[in-house]
Design a protein around this ligand. Structure first.
Ligand code: NAD
Ligand code: MG
Length: 398
């Protein structure tokens, strides 16, 4: 049956890779809506190719510009604007599947809308799970939504777990399927071997030049600091209902093994392939079927050796902050995520040094007093307060 898909964040790295897989499988998918922040020209080009019913942007000026670009090509796509419009094109009853690929906390409300309206959610936007954790998962369960992990590590873990577990995974415990450990792998980013004393001088472009993956700038910086692995650690604890001691983080610089699962009989099951997001995207779009993607087969005779080592706290303090925040609770993971988004943005704008990201994150986490969050509004209030605190520390110090 044809699936109607809304792609949130269609002009980003994950959004474009999603459209590439859809392009390869036209008999299975049609695009209902495409959304973007402000990248109007690219969005207009995508509308011409995929002919969605709706295109959504965030600000009025972008909407006006998009409208005239679409009109010039005689396209019937309706242009909408603002956050409520993002929610509308998620909740629409004609939509089956939502690719959640907005970057950062901005993706939270649309993700929740997808859960509340019982959609099939392909989750790339890890920040929304890091912020809302149990609240988000509860909405998924209460509304019989389907949640499939796009993040390559979580997708690999999911694929390495038994089929019986996969079919109803949010209601089951991995321990009941003979699983003894989840091994979350990460490349270690572009500064894996950089002498520690040289890290503070690293530029935004150097941080974004990831050795294996081609990604958006925010997640690229997160990979360099390993905050990305920290967010993924939290994401894995929530998705697979495990405690932090159940997950081991390993650096695997080649990024061919995307993560692994250990079983009590000594077996280790891994998912491997090229470091190309079109594989996990195709897996989630097609699940439980396998569908084609344009990713080439990994050639074991051409690749080098596989190596592994443990991450060092001095080099990657953000990874350890994320573990600490998870132990403190959902309010702290929201704070850490917010502080990190503001700090990474300041780094990308050249206002702070690479190593300042982790010190700001640590200081905000230590300084803030948090009340228990009972709702998404509480979470968003914590998010706001943490952003203001980080911003004021940046203004004072730099
Ligand atoms: P990106 O920066 O390339 O794209 C982000 C998309 O979100 C763009 O379409 C942009 O227009 C839109 N957007 C940005 N701010 C917005 C706002 N305030 N409101 C609405 N839309 C907004 O990012 P990406 O690398 O594609 O990452 C997207 C998400 O997927 C992130 O949460 C990231 O952590 C996750 N992810 C990415 C990769 C990857 O390989 N790129 C891998 C795993 C997970
Ligand atoms: Mg990942």
């Amino acid at each position: 049956m044809m699936q109607k898909v809304t792609v949130l964040g269609a002009t980003g790295s994950i959004g474009l890779n999603t459209l590439d897989v859809i392009r390869d499988n036209p008999e299975r998918f049609s695009v209902f809506a495409l959304t973007a922040n402000t990248q109007v020209k690219l969005l207009a080009k995508l509308c011409a190719e995929f002919k969605p019913e709706y295109a959504v942007v965030l600000v009025d000026s972008a909407a006006i510009q998009l409208q005239s670009l679409l009109k010039a090509q005689n396209l019937k796509t309706v242009v909408l604007c603002g956050e409520q419009a993002l929610i509308d094109v998620v909740e629409d009853q004609n939509v089956d599947t939502v690719m959640a690929a907005i970057v950062g906390a901005a993706g939270l409300r649309p993700c929740l809308a997808a859960a509340k309206s019982g959609k099939r959610i392909l989750l790339a936007n890890k920040e929304s799970l890091v912020m809302s954790g149990q609240l988000f998962l509860q909405e998924v369960k209460d509304n019989q939504a389907t949640l499939l992990p796009v993040d390559s590590e979580h997708n690999a873990i999911f694929q390495s777990l038994p089929l019986d577990y996969q079919s109803n995974y949010l209601q089951q415990k991995v321990e009941d399927f003979g699983v003894s450990q989840i091994v979350l792998t990460g490349s270690g980013g572009p500064f894996r071997t950089t002498p520690l004393e040289l890290l503070s001088a690293k530029s935004a472009d150097e941080a974004c030049a990831h050795p294996n993956w081609d990604m958006g700038r925010k997640i690229s910086v997160d990979s360099a600091t390993m905050m990305n692995k920290g967010l993924e650690f939290i994401e894995a604890c929530y998705l697979f209902s495990v405690t932090p001691d159940f997950i081991d983080v390993l650096i695997h610089p080649q990024s061919v093994i995307h993560s692994m699962v250990r079983y009590i009989d000594g077996s280790v099951v891994a998912q491997m392939g090229q470091p190309d997001m079109r594989t996990p995207i195709a897996h989630t779009l097609g699940f439980p079927d396998r569908i084609k993607s344009s990713v080439s087969a990994y050639d074991f005779t051409q690749g080098g050796d596989f190596t592994f080592n443990a991450p060092c706290e001095q080099r990657y303090p953000n990874l350890y902050l994320a573990k600490q925040a998870f132990n403190l609770g959902q309010e702290s993971t929201t704070t850490l995520n917010a502080a990190n988004e503001v700090a990474v943005d300041a780094f990308l704008q050249g206002k702070i040094a690479f190593t300042d990201i982790a010190s700001l994150n640590a200081d905000v986490l230590a300084a803030i007093t948090l009340a228990k969050a009972h709702s998404i509004d509480d979470i968003l209030a914590i998010d706001n307060e943490s952003r203001s605190l980080t911003q004021s520390l940046i203004s004072k110090r730099y």
